[in-house]
Design a protein around this ligand. Structure first.
Ligand SMILES: *Cc1c(COP(=O)(O)O)cnc(C)c1O
Length: 464
């Protein structure tokens, strides 16, 4: 499988190079040249398979010959062995035809582990083979950082620097990032918001000298391997509700558009998904673009769902590129306009094409809290604020109840205890292996929102 950049001028790469590279050298994102397709018969055959077996089948066409079948099976097995549930990503009914897809049974209690645990294993094998060292720099709204640190801590071939918005992540999220004892892990508290962190990351990648000097890699959702790993649970969950014979809908709490883009890919690969519904918090740029065709960056409003406090949804670029038939000129034009005027406008035809694939809804702070409360009252289930946004929008969109609705539950309630407690009065407990999190010593570096200073810290950290 070959990969092309959404901006059209970076070289075509194979999977291994795409994975190790992250952002394309023309500033674009890599996507596969074509989508693998699974027939109805092939999907039916997956029904009796384990999560790991389905993961192998779905991801194999994307990785090509990067790993042998034996190596890739071993990678998958190791990636998911620390997930607390046998099914890895179990489904729970929450009334009627609404189902929660629990994606938070990995080591850091958020769905980011599903991809990051796999990426950790893939990077390790690949770098060992190449005897290469890399620097992973990540920007996080909270969960990507902790998942990346968990996946890469202690590896000799990798130095990790995670930039997070100082003061804008939950305490559990921060402590998961700042309490790793391994010296290859560095938490950087940036004086800015998540969009600032993400644009610092892109600036570093676009400085090709720096990029080559430190051997920069990224595990943000600009990295294709993240999206690929997330396609798997769309298949496993839909199949367990009777796909491909029965259609399903998905509602996805969205920030950077990575998780829902994986759903779009699953649909392209033959999974009978009827609707893909984007659920946003008060930072509703994606909801607005779907309604009006205008993608306009506003100020980030901090919310109780911090992992979705995002205005620049990087992966949206992948969707635009695909929906408009790999039109990289159009993508370049839109992204150029976004950079210079902080907005772009789609034509009515283009907007309609987006609306044919996606629907959207939004949840206010009040509605999110009310949903945590009502679901707890009715089912005894504690939702994290992000998952609650999904549930709120899903219920609103699934009035007819004719097709099952799968709602992606993206984090455990215990990761956001304050928001959950104030919504429903119950304080969710951390699992036993994390119960000393609040006693562990923290280690972090405060940094200004300035790319040169951060580059200097990284160079110094790896002795270059
Ligand atoms: C990252 C994250 C999201 C948003 O996912 P995207 O792929 O960025 O759309 C939602 N909920 C939680 C808990 C997250 O960590």
């Amino acid at each position: 499988m070959k990969y092309v950049s959404t901006r059209g001028s970076a070289p075509e790469l194979n999977f291994e190079d795409v994975m190790l590279t992250g952002l394309a050298r023309d500033g674009g994102l890599y996507v596969p040249k074509e989508w693998p397709f699974f027939s109805e018969k092939a999907i039916i055959e997956m029904a009796s398979c384990s999560y790991e077996e389905i993961a192998f089948t779905i991801m194999k066409p994307f990785i090509g010959s990067t790993f042998s079948d034996e190596e890739f099976k071993e990678i998958i097995k190791k990636a998911y062995r620390d997930f607390g549930k046998e099914e890895r990503c179990p489904l729970t009914n929450i009334g009627g035809k609404n189902f929660l897809l629990e994606l938070y049974h990995g080591p850091t209690l958020a769905f980011k582990d599903v991809a990051m645990q796999l990426i950790g294993q893939m990077f390790e094998l690949s770098l060992q083979r190449k005897s290469q060292k890399i620097v992973i720099v990540g920007a996080t709204s909270g969960d990507t950082g902790s998942a990346a640190i968990e996946a890469f801590r202690g590896l000799d071939s990798v130095e990790v620097f995670i930039m997070y918005p100082d003061g804008a992540v939950s305490e559990v999220q921060r402590r998961q990032m700042t309490t790793a004892v391994e010296s290859n892990v560095n938490a950087l508290a940036v004086d800015g918001n998540f969009d600032d962190c993400q644009s610092l990351l892109k600036e570093m990648f676009n400085d090709l000298d720096f990029r080559d000097k430190v051997n920069l890699a990224s595990v943000n959702s600009i990295n294709w391997a993240r999206v690929m790993a997330q396609v798997v649970y769309y298949f496993t969950s839909a199949i367990s509700l009777g796909a491909p014979k029965n259609k399903v809908n998905f509602t996805v709490p969205t920030g950077n558009f990575g998780d829902i883009f994986a759903g779009y890919v699953a649909k392209k690969m033959g999974l009978p998904i009827e609707k893909l519904i984007i659920a946003t918090n008060q930072n509703d740029i994606l909801h607005r673009v779907l309604e009006s065709g205008i993608y306009k960056i506003e100020k980030v409003k901090p919310s109780i769902s911090p992992s979705m406090d995002i205005q620049v949804s990087s992966n949206f670029e992948r969707a635009l590129f695909d929906i408009y038939g790999h039109n990289s000129e159009l993508v370049c034009e839109l992204m150029h306009s976004l950079k210079s005027t902080k907005e772009f406008e789609l034509s009515s035809v283009e907007t309609k094409m987006l609306q044919d694939v996606f629907e959207s809804g939004t949840s206010s702070e009040k509605e999110t809290s009310a949903t945590i409360h009502s679901i707890y009252r009715d089912t005894g289930i504690l939702l994290c604020p992000h998952s609650a946004i999904g549930v709120k929008v899903a219920i609103e969109k699934n009035k007819e109840q004719d097709i099952p609705m799968i709602i992606l539950a993206t984090a455990a309630a215990a990761k956001f205890p304050d928001a959950v407690k104030s919504a429903c009065g119950v304080s969710p407990k951390l699992p036993d292996n994390m119960s000393d999190l609040f006693k562990r010593a923290e280690r972090l570096t405060k940094v200004p929102n300035n790319v040169d200073e951060i580059k200097a810290i990284i160079s110094k950290g790896i002795n270059i």
